[in-house]
Design a protein. Structure first.
Length: 146
């Protein structure tokens, strides 16, 4: 499968192509593009990537923050995981939240997130009177262990 993408030009420059950082990487790295982004203390900011993608039908693009940003710099995604539907064709924007009491600046070209593309079937909803039984049944949080 190929992932079609295009790049948006800003100030006469194009963003780096999305890339896998290693042979075993699950996601394509995305970078800040255009200008530095300051994420205010305990606040939100949007980072532009300059990348548009065509997620294949019956797939979904999932955007995750790079673990180094979370662990080393206290930056996470505002919505925990970004969901890119297969019919969206606009620029990938990354909504960030700063857990720190000081602002954090993400530099133009800095890797900030990973895009993972996974199958996403569309089963037809069908209302039934009862659901099939399982050994767990209606067991809630922690019902399968301690």
């Amino acid at each position: 499968m190929k992932l079609e993408y295009s790049r948006i030009e800003r100030n006469g420059k194009k963003p780096p192509e999305p890339f896998y950082a290693s042979d075993g990487a699950a996601g394509l790295d995305l970078t800040v593009f255009g200008e530095d982004v300051e994420v205010p203390a305990e606040g939100h900011a949007i980072a532009k990537t300059g990348i548009c993608v065509a997620i294949p039908k019956e797939h979904v693009g999932l955007i995750f923050v790079r673990s180094s940003l979370g662990v080393k710099r206290g930056i996470m995604l505002s919505n925990n995981v970004g969901v890119i539907d297969s019919d969206y064709r606009g620029e990938l924007l990354v909504s960030l939240y700063n857990t720190n009491k000081q602002p954090v600046v993400l530099k133009n070209g800095e890797r900030i997130a990973q895009l993972v593309v996974v199958p996403c079937p569309h089963p037809e909803p069908a209302e039934v009177d009862t659901l099939s039984e399982t050994s767990r049944g209606e067991g809630r949080f922690g019902s399968t262990g301690k």
